[in-house]
Design a binder for this molecule. Structure first.
Ligand code: SAH
Ligand code: SF4
Ligand code: F3S
Length: 463
């Protein structure tokens, strides 16, 4: 029978991810949670019965992208309807959480609006919609534990996703920086229990994963209990995970400077699996602006912290986030940020123009800066960060380092991987059999955004 059956899903889901790595993790879990319902992942929206946009609300531009994509999906839904096919459109993530009902008004073709804390109920929502139920808007923070409802990672699917994986260990934020929507979209801080994290990590490693990045909006605020019931922080969790046989690399992101405790710093010195890379956002180098941002640390506090980290582990690549043009930022404030960057020396960094977000305290400040000032400062900041990044990459030339080959390059014989310091490393003449493997690579070139190297001679023999 070839007759189309609208409202009965033919079992393909496409999830498009915006925003941070936590959304990448959530998108993968949405696919996992639909698998027992018979859904597989579609390669394109055209090929799918359900399309979910997993959205980000962090800056205005990020949120606007969602609405232009919804415009395209509306056209696709119409095309499909003309062929007698159905398309269920869902919006998940932080825009869904922040806008809820308002999004229904702006984009009435959306069938399902679901916040980051309720996507584990996707099968139930899809069944309701398939039975002809009305559009669903779900933006509560429910009491049941989302993570407990998600299926364990499966070998087949995980292998398809590669040798690296994300694992969310902490969600939400209680810090309330005055520019930021995250405490409103993700809710208050929550840490998953240590034993559950170790279980999920072990399942990933059994499925072929070699590198795990632990995720949280404030990942180093993670706290729990160790196997003996003693209070544990992230350093202890990292030690427990490092004991998993076959797990070669551990990373974590994103950290807050206020939650960097001694145990975590010591783990950087003592746990070989913990990669020598730390993303530690400072946002600004001006104490006046840091106070207005409610960051609750000064530039000097941050510099002292960096010194402690480097004393424990001198071989570490540092990264940060910066916001330029926060309300009231003067040229002198901005120069303090440049001075902090010069003092630290970053291996890489992310930088953004301040974007006023509805409902956050800084959005209603009167001293908003003109767009041109923000653009000009961002350019100067990025020029300095770019120089530092190039200098760091150039300093790798001549060194031999381990690279996890997790992507295919442009050329047939090219594989791309990550160095311990998180740079992309391109390798030519790499046998395809090395895909997913950890190899020693001698770095020959350091560019601004990547490295190029060749397999160390021992690898050619043992590969
Ligand atoms: N929890 C992390 C970061 C979360 S958001 C932390 O505390 O550092 C990621 C980055 O987006 C932030 O570090 C900040 O640099 C940027 N960001 C957040 N809100 C922003 C806004 N309103 N305008 C511009 N950049 C913003
Ligand atoms: Fe946002 Fe600040 Fe929380 Fe980071 S610490 S998520 S910037 S409120
Ligand atoms: Fe964006 Fe939400 Fe992540 S606002 S950065 S997707 S926590």
């Amino acid at each position: 029978m070839t007759e189309a059956q609208p409202r009965v899903p033919r079992k393909k889901i496409f999830v498009k991810t915006y925003g941070c790595q936590m959304n990448v993790y959530d998108s993968a879990r949405m696919v996992d949670v639909m698998a027992p319902e018979g859904y597989t992942e579609a390669a394109t929206p055209e090929d799918a019965d359900i399309v979910v946009l997993n959205t980000c609300h962090i800056r205005e531009r990020a949120a606007e992208k969602v609405y232009s994509e919804l415009g395209r999906l509306r056209a696709l839904k119409k095309q499909k309807a003309e062929k007698g096919e159905s398309l269920l459109i869902g919006v998940a993530g932080c825009v869904a959480q922040a806008e809820g009902e308002e999004m229904r008004r702006r984009a009435p073709m959306v069938d399902l609006i679901v916040g980051p804390q309720t996507y584990h109920r996707l099968p139930e929502y899809v069944a309701r919609l398939a039975n002809g139920g009305p559009a669903i808007v779900e933006t509560e923070f429910p009491a049941d534990d989302k993570f407990e409802s998600l299926p364990a990672p499966e070998r087949k699917k995980t292998l398809a996703r590669g040798a690296t994986a994300f694992l969310t260990i902490q969600e939400g934020c209680d810090k309330f920086c005055t520019f930021c929507v995250v405490p409103y979209t993700r809710g208050s801080e929550f840490s998953r229990p240590l034993s559950r994290i170790v279980e999920e990590a072990s399942a990933l490693v059994d499925a072929g994963v070699r590198e795990i990045t632990l995720l949280g909006q404030n990942v180093n605020a993670w706290h729990g209990e160790d196997a003996q019931g003693r209070p544990a922080t992230l350093g202890r969790l990292i030690r427990a995970l490092a004991e998993i046989d076959g797990l070669a690399r551990l990373r974590y992101t994103t950290s807050h400077p206020r939650d960097m405790d001694d145990e975590l710093i010591l783990a950087h010195a003592e746990v070989p699996a913990l990669m020598p890379y730390l993303h530690l956002p400072v946002q600004s180098g001006s104490d006046r602006i840091l106070a207005a941002m409610n960051r609750r640390h000064t530039a000097a506090d941050y510099l002292r912290l960096i010194e402690r980290i480097r004393t424990a582990q001198p071989d570490i690549a540092l990264s940060s986030d910066f916001i330029v043009g926060f309300p009231g930022e003067t040229e002198a404030d901005f120069e303090a940020t440049l001075a902090l960057i010069a003092a630290v020396g970053y291996a890489q960094a992310y930088s953004f123009k301040y974007s006023a977000r509805p409902g956050t305290p800084a959005a209603s400040a009167e001293n908003q800066l003109p767009e041109e000032v923000k653009s000009e400062r961002l350019q100067r900041l990025q020029a300095l960060l770019g120089e530092q990044q190039l200098a760091f990459n150039a300093s790798c030339v001549g060194r031999t380092m381990s690279v996890l080959l997790d992507r295919r390059g442009r050329g047939e014989q090219q594989l791309v991987g990550r160095s311990p310091y998180l740079q992309s490393v391109h390798i030519e003449d790499a046998p395809a059999a090395l895909f997913g493997k950890l190899v020693d690579v001698t770095i020959e070139d350091g560019y601004r955004n990547s490295l190029r190297g060749r397999l160390h001679e021992n690898e050619a023999v043992t590969a």
